[in-house]
Design a protein around this ligand. Structure first.
Ligand SMILES: *Cc1c(COP(=O)(O)O)cnc(C)c1O
Length: 399
């Protein structure tokens, strides 16, 4: 079958909730992927940062196969021999006290919302059903009804109401707005350290230090969604480290499994997770032995193979290269570690065309919000490969 045959099948039988680039992939290794006709591409999206460790990392693959041959799912009705060690290793790596494992990122977000609400009632003493959670405009936290209910992106939310109450939306990076939004019923502030889907939006320096202080002063749980920024992407294990702060709840997913399997988790430094009692929350697949074995291997290679340092070094090279591009239609080039973006002015006519041209050159990336291209290759990218990527990107983005 040719690429067009696969595309025709998707068009005929699939729901059309995505508009992918016209490329049908069948194989991946490290930063490279191959389409069904044998053409090779560098992946500069990394499945939205889920394959930070590179495609089909051999050690994660080995762990997955070995575990699949032994035991895959017990449900949490019984214990399994992977969950405890997974908790211990994850806590040791991240300095957390408690873990609650789920599958998708959106489920981790939902879990955190449930936990901080309950904590608000039981510990903080907020009156029943009055808990408020503050979120930011242009956020991306997933696709469930509750989550899209506090999105400000009309495409994400229009037509899906009625929505869950209890959320207040303030501008991102605006500390005064946060101060104003806090009430005695505020239980949490849910925020991305860097807004990924919004186009790699980095908040003003010092913002998160102030956020941390005001949350502590008002007994509010700071919930950092590090599903995209975490696990090395920005050149630190967590993006919060750039700000010198610690969240009360940290949400991770995506690269937690190196792209092999959906695994997410809520990490807690405070006592928030302890308010959840047996029966109050759960997931059939959350914390299953296959997920835990895969995640343990994914975390191990991240540190063992110095991927976080590499994200910092290769990211600096990549950013410097992008900044050399001369084009009046470019509004801004920005990024941290290997989470990079080029934003075009509206008159450039959209970023999609550039992505299509880059695809022809053998480099895959995806536009976000019309005018922005995000570059986020796997964290295993070498300096030489960054050079190759820039050689492809520079002439095209100069047009
Ligand atoms: C991808 C993402 C999510 C949602 O994760 P899913 O696994 O797609 O549900 C949540 N928050 C952020 C910041 C993300 O990038």
């Amino acid at each position: 079958m040719r690429q067009s045959d696969y595309m025709a099948l998707e068009e005929e039988f699939g729901a059309k909730n995505y508009k992918p680039l016209e490329v049908v992939l069948e194989r991946g290794e490290g930063v490279w992927v191959w389409d069904v006709e044998g053409k090779k591409y560098m992946d500069c999206l990394s499945a939205y940062s889920a394959v930070n460790q590179g495609h089909c990392h051999p050690k994660i693959k080995k762990a997955m196969i070995e575990q699949a041959e032994k035991l895959t799912l017990t449900s949490r009705a019984f214990r399994n021999d992977q969950l405890g060690p997974f908790y211990k290793e994850l806590c040791a790596l991240t300095g957390s006290h408690k873990v609650l494992p789920m599958n998708s990122g959106a489920e981790a977000v939902e879990t955190a919302i449930k936990a901080v609400r309950k904590w608000g009632y039981l510990v903080k003493g907020v009156p029943e059903d009055r808990a408020e959670i503050i979120v930011c405009a242009d956020n991306f936290h997933g696709r469930t009804i509750t989550i899209v209910g506090f999105s400000t992106d009309p495409v994400s939310r229009k037509g899906f109401g009625p929505f869950t109450p209890g959320f207040k939306i303030i501008p991102f990076g605006d500390f005064a707005a946060l101060e104003k939004a806090i009430t005695p019923n505020t239980v949490g502030f849910l925020v991305e350290p860097i807004q990924g889907e919004a186009g790699v939006i980095i908040p003003p320096a010092g913002y998160f230090k102030n956020v941390r202080e005001i949350c502590t002063a008002n007994n509010i749980s700071l919930i950092l969604d590090e599903i995209q920024t975490g696990l090395g992407r920005t050149g630190k294990l967590f993006a919060e480290e750039h700000e010198g702060i610690e969240a009360d709840l940290t949400l991770i997913g995506k690269a937690l499994s190196g792209g092999f399997y959906p695994v997410s988790a809520v990490l807690s430094n405070s006592e928030v997770l302890s308010v959840l009692k047996p029966g109050e929350h759960g997931s059939t697949f959350g914390g299953n032995p296959l997920a835990c074995a895969v995640a343990r291997a994914a975390l191990k290679v991240l540190t063992e193979e110095n991927m976080i340092d590499n994200a910092r070094n290769s990211g600096a090279l990549f950013l410097a290269g992008l900044q050399e591009i001369k084009n009046d239609k470019i509004k801004e080039v920005r990024g941290r570690g290997l989470l990079l973006a080029v934003e075009f002015k509206p008159e450039a006519g959209g970023a999609r065309l550039y992505c299509e041209k880059l695809k022809e050159q053998g480099l895959l990336c995806k536009e976000t919000h019309n005018n922005i291209i995000r570059f986020a290759p796997p964290l295993v990218i070498t300096a030489e490969q960054v050079g190759w990527a820039l050689k492809m990107i520079k002439p095209i983005l100069s047009q």
